[in-house]
Every structure is written in C-alpha cells, then in structure tokens.
Design a protein around this ligand. Structure first.
Ligand SMILES: [Ca+2]
Ligand SMILES: [Ca+2]
Ligand SMILES: [Ca+2]
Ligand SMILES: [Ca+2]
Length: 545
C-alpha cells in the first residue's frame, strides 16, 4: 500500500511537472488523512493520478447510513477555485457520477448513488417496499452528501468553500428545486434544467401516453406495419405530423428554421388540420392517419385526463413530434420498447407511485398480451393496468410528498439566503414538460414575489430553449455551458440577460441564438430580409424582447 502510494505521487509529480514534490507529498498526506474524518464514515481517501484532461486529485468515498454511497472529487489545494459543486443525477440514478470537467476547472465536486445501487436494483426496483430508499432518492441523499462533501472540502483545504453550487438536469433539475425548497442554506446558486419536479404526475403521464400507443393491440400506435409482417417498420406518420405543424407555424417567429420559438402561440388542431390526411379505410398505410391514430395525437397534445376530464399534466408541445419516436412510439427500431417504457416510466407505477406497491413488474414490459401473474409469491402488476384516475384520487399523495418538488415558496432560499436560481427547459422536451416548468415558475413568482416578475428577476430566471429536447438534443440550439452564467450572477451580481446556445450538425455549428429570460423571446434584428439565411443565425443578430 505504502509502495503504491509513493509510486503514485512520483508519477503525478512527473506527469504534471507543475507540482513540486513537497506539495504533492503534503496533498497526499492530507488526502489520505480524510479517512479519519470524525463523524463521517469514509471508506477510502487517496490521490488519483492525472489522466488526459483530468488533473490529479484527492478522491474520497464515503457511506451515509443506511445505503447512500457518495464520493467527492477534490482538486489539489493549489488547483482549487474555492468552490463546492454538488453534481446532479439523472433518471433513477443508483451510481456515482463523476464531473471530471468541473474538477478540471477547480471545483470540489460531490455526487451520491442517491441511496441505491442500480446494478442490483435497476430502474425503480429500489422502491419495492422500501420507504427509506424512497426518502433517500427523494431528498435525503443529496442533502447529506452536500453536508459530507463540504465537511471534507473544509478539512482538506483548511478553509470552507467560498461559494457552493448545484448543477443538474432532469432528476438533477428536480434535486435542485428540492434543495431550494427543503434545504435553502445548502447553496448560493442552483442551476436546474428540465426539472421533473412534478415527479408522480409526470411518470403517470408517461405511462398514460404509452398506453395510447400499446392499447387494443397497438390500434393507436403512430408507427405502421407497412408490409403486414407484424413489425412496425415505418414512423413516417410522426414525421408527416411534424412537417404539417412546421408548415403551419414555423414562420410565425419570422424564421423558417424548423423550430417554433413559441409553441403555445401555434394554432394547430389535429382534427381540423389533418382532415385531408385521414385514411379512407383503416390500417397498414404510412401516408394517412386512422381515427385511432388521430385520437393518440390529440391525447399527446392535450395531456392525460381523468374520467372527470381534468388534465393532470401538460400535453406535448407543438413542434416536439419527432422527439416522440424514440420516447413513446413502439416501432421496429426500438423493438417495441420505447425509451419511456424501458426507462423512467415502465416500472415506476410498480414501485414508486403508490403508498403500498401493487406488485412486481411483468417480465417483458413491451408485450401487451402478457397476463400478469396474480398468485405468485410476489404478484405481478402491469403498467398497462395503471389507472390515471388513481392520481386524481390522491393515491400517490404520500409519494408526492417524498419526491415532488413543487413548493412554490422559495423565500427562504431566494430572499433569506440570497440564493440565485437559474432554470432552463427545452420546448421540445417530451419527457418532462416545459409548460410544467413555466407553471411552477409562475406559481413561484406568485408565492415568493407577490407575482412581481421584475422583483423575481433579481434572484431567479427561467430560460426556455426553443426546439431543445430533454436536457440536450432536438432541432433547436441546445448546447451551452450551464454553470458560468450562474457563477457570474452569484459572485459578481451580474444577472444573465441572455445565454448563447448553439445547435450543431456533424460537429459544425449551424444555428446560434440567445436564450432569453421568460417571458422574453429572441427576435431577429440582423440584415433586413436575411432572416431565413442560415448564415445570419448568429447570436449578435438577435435581441431578447
Ligand atoms: Ca449518482
Ligand atoms: Ca414503494
Ligand atoms: Ca413490417
Ligand atoms: Ca421558426
């Protein structure tokens, strides 16, 4: 052990050259000394050698009872920028996520497995009759990891972090809002992307939308079996739908670029605007819509509704249609197992929705003809049996209280703690809804700032990204560094008036825009008559208004 450590130090000193041997020696000693930190269960602490763009750092792993494993990546003291960063998680998590790029920038970075191990309990299984695991995933693991991570940073550097940040998207976005709501003193700044903060409604909605595609032996599926061999080989109808929407609304924002700046202002009614594309006879054709498919399309735009007609989660944004293909549409390419089914929603209602779990998931989620086994020791429950009315009946109330992050009052974080919250969401996100985030933001401004958006803007702003998918991807500008604008806001008091995002094809930037603080939008101000010329799609040709 001693030999290996000495060798590591020599290798680091040699490879970096900038580290004096004496400094490296000191860092190594204080890093391994973290193993003896009082009041923390540290499992290991030691230097990791530099590799590629990742500099050498002090790596600590720890355990928070009963089952939250966490790690902290601590830059060597001379490389530390004085900041702590909690790195957000994705999906159902269950592993330790590294943020080497932030470490390389000098951040001390922490992350946990949120209380479970996805290798042994994949998907939502960790929640099977396990309230503690659900609480850990809901909010406890992140907060205690922040506490442990800050304590380790303070001990390693002999000074506490100057500033603390949270950065995350999706589940990470939910975690960011959860922290702002429950633990307002953990961070100076939080960047929360595409939050899944209406967690139970969003997952119930995901199941409901999948049911539109799978029910009645795929009658409403938007993929088509064109040759009758039983495999849904064509997704042309989804593309046709998207083309029709763009035809109608793309130019409303002044630019034909395949992106709707404001999907909410697009006037598209499937029953009216697809009337000329309806099939005369049902089935087997990928150039016309059946009545069952038209119903699916209406249901995707409307959002799930209960028997009383109440909408329980916002519908899909116009323009997002192509994003549905991999997420929701059973077809040959995904072997009838779209991402929403095998990912977030397929076993969610088995393990994370009800106070008492109804049963284990069926062996093949993508087989709608499987009859769930009722009499096994562990009875089966199929997502196809899920009843959306259970959500409006309040059957998810307990799990909402653990996992939803919808408290609109952020006074403690934004006012008492002087925190900054930067939210962003892609309009073409078809997993979580930008409209849901607009709703939360609006509720939050009402509850925290008496409805005064101008007051709210001093500490929180929402940036909607036209045409951006779930945290990334999509036809619109979808790429930017999420953290610098927040840091500048927190440390220099410079609130972001716009954020420049790019879209690339084949590694080449082909669309660049400023994202604007809601409710502003980017308006073209470039050379007259040149709005549809892609060479003019650069940030300086747009203004936020
Ligand atoms: Ca993790
Ligand atoms: Ca459970
Ligand atoms: Ca076929
Ligand atoms: Ca457009």
């Amino acid at each position: 052990m001693t030999t290996r450590t000495s060798w590591s130090i020599a290798a680091i000193a040699f490879s970096l050259l900038v580290i004096e041997p004496a400094q490296a020696q000191g860092a190594a000693q204080s890093c391994s000394a973290l193993a003896a930190t009082r009041d923390l269960t540290v499992l290991s602490a030691g230097l990791i050698e530099a590799q590629g763009n990742t500099p050498a750092y002090c790596y600590v792993r720890g355990l928070i009872s009963p089952s939250t494993h966490y790690h902290v990546q601590l830059p060597l003291p001379e490389n530390w920028n004085g900041r702590f960063l909690q790195w957000g998680d994705g999906g159902k998590d269950g592993d330790l996520d590294f943020a080497d790029h932030r470490l390389a920038e000098g951040y001390a970075v922490a992350n946990s497995n949120t209380g479970h191990d996805s290798a042994t309990e994949p998907g939502s299984q960790f929640g099977f009759n396990n309230r503690q695991s659900e609480i850990d995933f809901g909010y406890r693991s992140v907060h205690l990891t922040v506490m442990a991570g800050k304590a380790l940073a303070e001990r390693y550097y002999s000074s506490e972090p100057t500033y603390s940040y949270f950065e995350g998207c999706s589940t990470g976005g939910r975690q960011g809002l959860m922290e702002a709501q429950r633990f307002p003193q953990d961070f100076d700044g939080i960047v929360a992307g595409a939050p899944v903060n209406y967690y139970q409604a969003m997952n119930a909605a995901g199941v409901w939308w999948l049911q539109r595609m799978f029910k009645e032996n795929f009658a409403g599926n938007l993929a088509v079996d064109t040759d009758g061999d039983g495999s849904f080989d064509s997704v042309k109808l989804v593309e046709l739908l998207n083309d029709r929407v763009l035809q109608q609304c793309d130019a409303n924002d002044g630019i034909r670029d395949g992106v709707l700046n404001d999907p909410m202002s697009c006037d598209f009614e499937p029953r009216r605007d697809l009337a000329g594309l309806m099939c005369s006879a049902d089935g087997g054709n990928d150039s016309c819509f059946t009545s069952a498919q038209l119903q699916t399309i209406e249901d995707f735009y409307s959002g799930p509704y209960d028997d009383g007609g109440t909408i329980l989660y916002p519908g899909k944004a116009l323009g997002s249609e192509r994003e549905w293909i991999n997420l929701y549409v059973p077809n040959a390419r995904n072997r009838n197992a779209p991402t929403m089914l095998v990912g977030p929603a397929g076993d969610h209602v088995n393990f994370l929705f009800y106070e008492n779990d109804p049963g284990i998931a069926v062996p093949d989620l993508s087989n709608p003809t499987h009859v769930p086994g009722r009499n096994a020791v562990l009875p089966e429950f199929s997502w196809l049996e899920f009843d959306i009315n259970d959500l409006s009946r309040g059957d998810a109330a307990l799990m909402q209280s653990i996992m939803d992050a919808t408290d609109p009052d952020l006074s403690r974080f934004l006012k008492d703690n002087n925190g900054k919250l930067l939210l962003y969401h892609g309009w073409s996100d078809s997993l979580s809804s930008a409209r849901a985030t607009v709703q939360y933001f609006s509720d939050m401004v009402d509850a925290t700032f008496a409805g005064q958006l101008s007051d709210a803007g001093d500490s929180t702003r929402l940036f909607l990204a036209p045409g951006m998918g779930h945290c990334s991807g999509g036809p619109g500008p979808n790429t930017w560094d999420k953290l610098p604008a927040l840091v500048d806001w927190v440390e220099n008091g410079i609130a972001p008036d716009s954020i420049i995002a790019t879209h690339s094809t084949g590694g080449v930037v082909d669309n660049e825009r400023p994202l604007c603080p809601y409710p502003q939008q980017a308006v073209y101000t470039g050379p007259a008559g040149g709005a549809n010329d892609a060479s003019n799609w650069i940030a300086e040709n747009f203004r936020c208004r």
